[in-house]
Design a protein around this ligand. Structure first.
Ligand SMILES: C[S@@+](CC[C@H](N)C(=O)[O-])C[C@H]1O[C@@H](n2cnc3c(N)ncnc32)[C@H](O)[C@@H]1O
Length: 239
């Protein structure tokens, strides 16, 4: 298996099942240019199995100094990720997203915003979980995760122990974990599973009750157009 694909994206590791899309519409010329010119500047090294077969922990201090480290899982087009980086210049934020079209969109937004406190793993968040030190993440965001509506696919959801145990390990005691979703059954599973992984529920709200610093994402806009209501859940890592 090769380390990176043509666009400079890491190949999805064979040892894990990844069911989402990694390619969408043909990339525009400008997006290809962003990938060629900018991905290398923001892409984290030492995350993939090929680059780091021993799975040695990465050093967040080497990345962002002593700034608090935040994490966004599945950033889609990157609007929330860039918004948070711009709004909070004294934190460092890592985003993960295996969908190449999303990564290309993010790179365009980074150029426009000029933020420098942002790094990405253009791949599966589980690769990052392997190599993040214990208790290194001060805040995490899961915005509109893939809903996997069929009951037999619920085990693919992020809010299952395979993801949550790893998330809990890397989050610092007291760290905040935010989940936004438009799927009532996803709310149910989140409220069942996240506390079992070592988090307390702090707040839950519906439409109009988003966090004060929230930026509505592409998927939220789609949900609203299609008549589905947002839910905003806030958890805190025990400790
Ligand atoms: C429904 S989209 C939402 C995107 C964005 N957060 C938003 O609100 O517009 C879910 C995203 O999660 C990403 N995703 C799914 N599994 C992932 C994983 N294991 N690691 C990182 N991202 C993942 C998908 O590629 C997809 O872009």
């Amino acid at each position: 298996m090769t380390d990176v694909t043509q666009e400079g994206m890491p190949a999805v590791p064979e040892r894990r099942n990844f069911y989402g899309r990694v390619h969408g519409k043909t990339l525009r010329a400008s997006q290809k240019q962003y990938l060629a010119e900018d991905l290398g500047k923001v892409r984290l090294a030492g995350i993939t199995v090929e680059e780091n077969p021993g799975r040695s922990p990465i050093d967040p201090v080497a990345l962002f100094g002593e700034r608090p480290l935040w994490l966004e899982v599945g950033f889609g087009g990157g609007e929330h990720l860039v918004h948070m980086a711009a709004r909070y210049p004294r934190i460092g934020i890592i985003g993960c997203e295996p969908f190449v079209n999303g990564v290309a969109m993010l790179l365009g937004k980074i150029r426009a915003a000029g933020v420098d406190n942002l790094a990405i793993h253009p791949g599966d968040v589980r690769d990052l979980f392997d190599v993040l030190p214990d208790a290194s993440v001060a805040k995490a965001f899961l915005n509109y995760p893939d809903p996997w509506p069929k009951a037999r696919h619920h085990r693919r959801r992020f809010v299952t122990p395979g993801y949550l145990v790893a998330l809990a390990r890397v989050m610092a005691p007291g760290a905040e974990f935010r989940v936004a979703t438009d799927i009532p059954d996803y709310v149910r599973q989140t409220l069942e599973e996240v506390p079992k992984a070592g988090f307390d529920i702090v707040a839950q709200a519906g439409a109009g009750g988003a966090w004060e610093d929230w930026l509505s994402t592409r998927y939220e806009q789609k949900a609203l157009r299609e008549g589905r209501a947002p839910h905003y859940l806030t958890f805190r890592r025990k400790g």
